[in-house]
Write a protein that binds this ligand. Structure first.
Ligand code: ADP
Length: 405
């Protein structure tokens, strides 16, 4: 019997059996009937031409009608359905055809069925990958939104706090001048003054973070010398280092005295943060060493301490805003007291400043252990600019250059 005749002979029973065994309920069966008939006709076309591609349009439609939750849970794979249809066809062929015809028929059906399975698996995998990518994109957008709200909050809070702080400072100055200068009033006023200053620093940090987040950090490129900035920072922390019985050493390294262009105030802010962290997270009696090296086009500065160290899992997180580690409630507001953490903005600002200069910052540490104190080394890599890198500075310093010539 020719293949077309076999298809004609089996058609009715195939459609009835497939829709009876694979569907529940009259309504569903009605819709499914149309699909099964179409599938059967395309299967016939594939077998007659020996080309399994005839089945692809209906298979892709079936892949696409899977619900979102079926794709999510990788449920209701079409391969199961195709295998069931194949089994029913096999049953029918053995019941309705003589063994030779059945064997011949199944022999033609098998490669088409295998191709269909492969195609469906491919399409389902692709649909799953698309679904996962979409999910990832949604998560990314959510995170972006969250980060934006965090940044908006910081910016609003900082600006709202700035005005009352200026008021407090003004009234404090007036009070200082109008009340009798006794030891007790001086003590109280100093207390309020220190608190206000600390609050102003925090508000300043919050404003810096929001400037960095919104790409609004404006750098004033001027000639700078790292040895001078480092010496200034060393000087500033001299008392704190003494108080903590620590040693702060600066190793003069080749290239540290070279002139480059950078924003001196901002770079100093980075150094202050690294120095103050090194002092804070190193126990009394510890050592802080500043070193570095000159690389082609760059200068690298390292700040090494003999402190508590940082676990490798946290070494990226500390550069994010509010990336402080440990229990927030235990944080004091000291700038140099042992583990006297702050709001966790310093390193994220440092990263923003270094990156705005075209540099990078990272940390190396074996682990965090308050007993063995493995220490940490912070690295900053700054590009060396032999001429001002921006137009504003170029205009300003061209004058100086011609004058010097
Ligand atoms: P904070 O205001 O908390 O000091 P930073 O952004 O300066 O904020 O630092 C983030 C966190 O990184 C700190 O809370 C601390 O846990 C960790 N850290 C920074 N520097 C060091 C260091 N030298 N040794 C150990 N941990 C450090």
């Amino acid at each position: 019997m020719r293949i077309l005749e076999i298809f004609d002979q089996l058609q009715r029973k195939f459609i009835d059996r497939v829709s009876e065994q694979l569907t529940r309920g009259e309504e569903v069966r009605e819709q499914f009937l149309h699909q099964v008939t179409r599938y059967y006709n395309l299967l016939q076309q594939s077998i007659v031409t020996g080309d399994s591609q005839w089945l692809q349009p209906i298979l892709i439609e079936w892949v696409q009608v899977r619900t979102q939750s079926e794709v999510e849970k990788q449920e209701a794979s079409l391969t199961v359905l195709l295998n069931q249809i194949f089994m029913i066809t096999h049953q029918l062929a053995s019941e309705e055809l003589n063994p030779k015809e059945a064997l011949n028929f199944m022999g033609k059906l098998l490669p088409i069925h295998t191709d269909a399975l492969e195609y469906v698996t491919q399409q389902e995998t692709q649909a799953y990958i698309e679904h996962i990518s979409q999910e990832l994109e949604n998560v990314r957008l959510q995170l972006e939104k969250l980060d934006r709200s965090k940044s908006d909050f910081i910016s609003v809070a900082a600006h709202e706090l700035k005005t009352p702080l200026t008021l407090i400072e003004g009234y404090m100055d007036m009070l200082r001048e109008s009340v009798p200068n006794t030891t007790q009033t001086a003590l109280f006023l100093d207390g309020v003054g220190n608190g206000t200053r600390r609050l102003q620093e925090i508000v300043g940090d919050m404003i810096d973070v929001s400037l960095i987040d919104n790409n609004l950090l404006d750098l004033n490129f001027r000639p700078i010398w790292f040895n001078r900035l480092l010496a200034m920072a060393q000087n500033e922390f001299n008392d704190a280092v003494k108080e903590r019985n620590q040693i702060l050493k600066i190793h003069p390294f080749p290239g540290v005295d070279a002139m480059t262009y950078g924003d001196a105030e901002r770079i100093y802010q980075v150094l202050r943060n690294l120095f103050s962290n090194a002092i804070k997270y190193t126990p009394d009696g510890g050592e802080i060493t500043i070193d570095g090296r000159s690389l082609p086009g760059f200068i690298e500065i390292t700040v090494t301490d003999t402190g508590i160290g940082i676990a490798s899992d946290d070494q990226e997180r500390i550069f994010e805003k509010f990336g402080h580690l440990g229990d927030v409630s235990l944080h004091s507001s000291g700038k140099t007291k042992f583990k006297g953490g702050g709001p966790g903005l310093g390193l994220s600002i440092a990263k923003g400043i270094v990156e705005a200069h075209g540099g990078t910052i990272w940390v190396e540490s074996k682990e965090c252990d308050e007993i063995t104190c493995p220490g940490s080394t912070f690295h900053i890599l700054f590009p060396i600019h032999e001429s001002p890198p921006d137009e504003k500075a170029k205009k300003l310093f061209q004058y100086t250059e011609t004058r010097e010539e």
